[in-house]
Ligand binder design. Structure first.
Ligand code: URA
Length: 202
Protein backbone atom coordinates (compact mmCIF):
# COMPACT_ATOMS: atom_id res chain seq x y z
CA UNK A 1 0.00 0.00 0.00
CA UNK A 2 1.19 3.51 -0.75
CA UNK A 3 2.76 5.09 2.31
CA UNK A 4 2.72 8.73 1.18
CA UNK A 5 0.67 11.03 -1.00
CA UNK A 6 3.50 11.27 -3.52
CA UNK A 7 3.42 7.47 -3.87
CA UNK A 8 -0.32 7.67 -4.56
CA UNK A 9 0.34 10.43 -7.13
CA UNK A 10 2.94 8.29 -8.85
CA UNK A 11 0.63 5.27 -8.92
CA UNK A 12 -2.18 7.40 -10.39
CA UNK A 13 0.11 8.81 -13.08
CA UNK A 14 1.11 5.30 -14.16
CA UNK A 15 -2.34 3.72 -13.74
CA UNK A 16 -3.75 1.58 -16.56
CA UNK A 17 -6.51 -0.11 -14.53
CA UNK A 18 -9.43 1.23 -16.58
CA UNK A 19 -10.03 2.42 -20.09
CA UNK A 20 -9.90 6.13 -19.13
CA UNK A 21 -6.08 5.90 -19.21
CA UNK A 22 -6.21 5.52 -23.00
CA UNK A 23 -7.62 9.02 -23.52
CA UNK A 24 -5.61 11.01 -21.04
CA UNK A 25 -2.90 13.59 -21.63
CA UNK A 26 -2.18 13.69 -17.90
CA UNK A 27 -3.67 11.88 -14.97
CA UNK A 28 -4.84 14.29 -12.24
CA UNK A 29 -4.07 12.87 -8.79
CA UNK A 30 -4.87 15.97 -6.73
CA UNK A 31 -3.39 19.24 -5.54
CA UNK A 32 -3.10 21.43 -2.46
CA UNK A 33 -2.02 21.18 1.15
CA UNK A 34 -1.70 17.52 2.21
CA UNK A 35 -2.02 18.54 5.86
CA UNK A 36 -5.20 20.54 5.33
CA UNK A 37 -8.22 19.91 7.54
CA UNK A 38 -10.47 20.39 4.52
CA UNK A 39 -10.54 18.18 1.45
CA UNK A 40 -12.64 18.75 -1.68
CA UNK A 41 -13.67 15.85 -3.89
CA UNK A 42 -15.00 16.66 -7.37
CA UNK A 43 -16.11 14.41 -10.18
CA UNK A 44 -13.30 14.02 -12.70
CA UNK A 45 -10.85 16.10 -14.76
CA UNK A 46 -12.14 18.12 -17.70
CA UNK A 47 -10.23 19.42 -20.71
CA UNK A 48 -7.96 21.93 -18.93
CA UNK A 49 -7.35 19.64 -15.97
CA UNK A 50 -6.24 16.88 -18.36
CA UNK A 51 -3.89 19.29 -20.17
CA UNK A 52 -2.35 20.66 -16.97
CA UNK A 53 -2.53 17.57 -14.74
CA UNK A 54 -4.19 19.67 -12.01
CA UNK A 55 -7.75 19.57 -10.63
CA UNK A 56 -10.24 22.41 -11.03
CA UNK A 57 -8.22 24.76 -13.23
CA UNK A 58 -10.97 25.45 -15.81
CA UNK A 59 -14.13 27.56 -15.45
CA UNK A 60 -15.53 25.45 -12.61
CA UNK A 61 -12.16 25.83 -10.91
CA UNK A 62 -12.33 29.62 -11.16
CA UNK A 63 -15.70 29.52 -9.45
CA UNK A 64 -14.30 27.16 -6.81
CA UNK A 65 -11.49 29.67 -6.16
CA UNK A 66 -14.08 32.48 -5.77
CA UNK A 67 -16.14 30.41 -3.35
CA UNK A 68 -13.04 29.63 -1.30
CA UNK A 69 -12.09 33.31 -1.21
CA UNK A 70 -15.57 34.15 0.08
CA UNK A 71 -14.93 31.97 3.14
CA UNK A 72 -11.41 33.27 3.65
CA UNK A 73 -9.52 30.29 2.22
CA UNK A 74 -6.96 30.04 -0.56
CA UNK A 75 -6.89 26.94 -2.71
CA UNK A 76 -3.32 26.22 -1.59
CA UNK A 77 -4.71 25.84 1.94
CA UNK A 78 -7.08 22.98 1.09
CA UNK A 79 -6.61 19.69 -0.73
CA UNK A 80 -8.53 19.14 -3.97
CA UNK A 81 -9.05 15.88 -5.83
CA UNK A 82 -11.65 13.97 -7.83
CA UNK A 83 -13.51 10.67 -7.78
CA UNK A 84 -11.85 9.64 -11.05
CA UNK A 85 -8.34 10.80 -11.81
CA UNK A 86 -8.44 10.65 -15.64
CA UNK A 87 -10.68 12.68 -17.93
CA UNK A 88 -13.74 10.80 -19.20
CA UNK A 89 -14.09 11.17 -23.00
CA UNK A 90 -15.92 14.38 -23.98
CA UNK A 91 -16.44 15.04 -20.26
CA UNK A 92 -19.10 12.33 -20.02
CA UNK A 93 -20.15 11.13 -16.58
CA UNK A 94 -17.77 8.65 -14.96
CA UNK A 95 -19.07 5.07 -15.16
CA UNK A 96 -19.58 2.86 -12.09
CA UNK A 97 -16.69 0.54 -13.05
CA UNK A 98 -14.34 3.52 -13.50
CA UNK A 99 -15.36 4.97 -10.14
CA UNK A 100 -14.90 1.58 -8.49
CA UNK A 101 -11.47 1.02 -10.06
CA UNK A 102 -10.28 4.50 -9.05
CA UNK A 103 -11.69 4.33 -5.50
CA UNK A 104 -8.48 2.79 -4.12
CA UNK A 105 -6.70 6.09 -4.79
CA UNK A 106 -9.37 8.28 -3.22
CA UNK A 107 -9.64 5.97 -0.22
CA UNK A 108 -5.90 6.13 0.40
CA UNK A 109 -5.77 9.90 -0.14
CA UNK A 110 -8.44 10.32 2.52
CA UNK A 111 -6.54 8.04 4.92
CA UNK A 112 -3.26 9.89 4.39
CA UNK A 113 -4.64 13.43 4.48
CA UNK A 114 -7.04 12.53 7.28
CA UNK A 115 -9.10 15.73 6.91
CA UNK A 116 -11.61 16.92 9.50
CA UNK A 117 -14.06 17.82 6.78
CA UNK A 118 -14.64 16.39 3.30
CA UNK A 119 -16.61 18.56 0.90
CA UNK A 120 -18.15 16.63 -1.97
CA UNK A 121 -18.73 18.57 -5.17
CA UNK A 122 -21.49 17.08 -7.31
CA UNK A 123 -23.45 13.89 -7.12
CA UNK A 124 -20.77 11.34 -8.06
CA UNK A 125 -18.66 12.48 -5.17
CA UNK A 126 -21.72 12.66 -2.87
CA UNK A 127 -22.59 9.08 -3.88
CA UNK A 128 -19.28 7.83 -2.53
CA UNK A 129 -20.39 8.82 0.99
CA UNK A 130 -24.18 8.93 0.75
CA UNK A 131 -25.29 6.43 -1.89
CA UNK A 132 -28.85 6.83 -3.07
CA UNK A 133 -29.33 10.33 -1.60
CA UNK A 134 -30.53 13.32 -3.62
CA UNK A 135 -28.19 16.28 -3.78
CA UNK A 136 -31.15 18.68 -3.91
CA UNK A 137 -32.19 17.36 -0.49
CA UNK A 138 -28.88 17.06 1.38
CA UNK A 139 -26.65 19.80 -0.07
CA UNK A 140 -25.12 22.00 2.59
CA UNK A 141 -25.94 19.50 5.37
CA UNK A 142 -22.87 18.41 7.32
CA UNK A 143 -23.12 14.75 8.31
CA UNK A 144 -20.77 12.51 10.20
CA UNK A 145 -19.81 9.39 8.29
CA UNK A 146 -16.77 7.13 8.51
CA UNK A 147 -15.62 9.09 11.57
CA UNK A 148 -15.44 12.49 9.87
CA UNK A 149 -17.71 15.28 8.70
CA UNK A 150 -18.80 15.22 5.09
CA UNK A 151 -20.59 18.20 3.56
CA UNK A 152 -22.23 17.54 0.18
CA UNK A 153 -22.43 20.50 -2.22
CA UNK A 154 -23.63 21.11 -5.73
CA UNK A 155 -20.83 20.97 -8.29
CA UNK A 156 -19.59 24.50 -9.14
CA UNK A 157 -20.22 23.71 -12.83
CA UNK A 158 -23.93 23.40 -12.00
CA UNK A 159 -23.97 27.12 -11.11
CA UNK A 160 -22.38 27.95 -14.48
CA UNK A 161 -25.42 26.36 -16.16
CA UNK A 162 -28.00 27.42 -13.56
CA UNK A 163 -27.05 30.83 -12.13
CA UNK A 164 -29.56 30.60 -9.27
CA UNK A 165 -27.34 27.91 -7.73
CA UNK A 166 -24.48 30.39 -7.31
CA UNK A 167 -26.07 31.83 -4.17
CA UNK A 168 -26.85 28.34 -2.87
CA UNK A 169 -23.18 27.42 -3.28
CA UNK A 170 -22.08 30.52 -1.38
CA UNK A 171 -24.49 29.72 1.45
CA UNK A 172 -23.35 26.09 1.55
CA UNK A 173 -19.65 27.01 1.47
CA UNK A 174 -20.16 29.18 4.56
CA UNK A 175 -21.05 25.97 6.42
CA UNK A 176 -17.64 24.41 5.73
CA UNK A 177 -15.95 26.60 8.32
CA UNK A 178 -18.68 25.91 10.87
CA UNK A 179 -18.29 22.15 10.27
CA UNK A 180 -14.49 22.34 10.66
CA UNK A 181 -14.75 24.34 13.88
CA UNK A 182 -17.43 22.03 15.28
CA UNK A 183 -15.38 18.89 14.59
CA UNK A 184 -13.28 17.58 17.47
CA UNK A 185 -9.64 16.71 16.76
CA UNK A 186 -10.25 13.04 17.66
CA UNK A 187 -12.80 11.35 15.36
CA UNK A 188 -16.09 10.45 17.03
CA UNK A 189 -17.39 6.93 16.18
CA UNK A 190 -20.11 6.87 13.59
CA UNK A 191 -23.71 6.46 14.69
CA UNK A 192 -25.61 6.56 11.42
CA UNK A 193 -29.14 6.65 12.73
CA UNK A 194 -28.55 9.10 15.52
CA UNK A 195 -29.96 12.51 14.50
CA UNK A 196 -27.60 14.12 17.03
CA UNK A 197 -24.73 13.11 14.71
CA UNK A 198 -25.98 15.58 12.13
CA UNK A 199 -24.79 19.09 12.76
CA UNK A 200 -27.65 21.52 12.98
CA UNK A 201 -26.07 24.43 11.22
CA UNK A 202 -29.21 25.80 9.65
N1 URA B 1 -14.82 19.26 -12.59
C1 URA B 1 -14.45 18.33 -11.67
O1 URA B 1 -15.29 17.64 -11.11
N2 URA B 1 -13.17 18.20 -11.40
C2 URA B 1 -12.22 18.93 -11.96
O2 URA B 1 -11.05 18.74 -11.63
C3 URA B 1 -12.62 19.90 -12.90
C4 URA B 1 -13.92 20.05 -13.20
Amino acid sequence: MWSSLSEVDEAVRGCTDCSLCGGRTNAVPGDGDPSSEIMFVGEGPGYYEDVQGLPFVGQAGQLLNELLTEIGLKREEVYITNVVKCRPPKNRDPQPDEIQECSKYLDRQIELIDPKVIVTLGRYSMDRFFPGQRISRIHGTARRTGGRMVVPMYHPAAALHQPSLRRTLSDDFAKIIVAAEATPAEPVPEEPDDPAQQLSLF
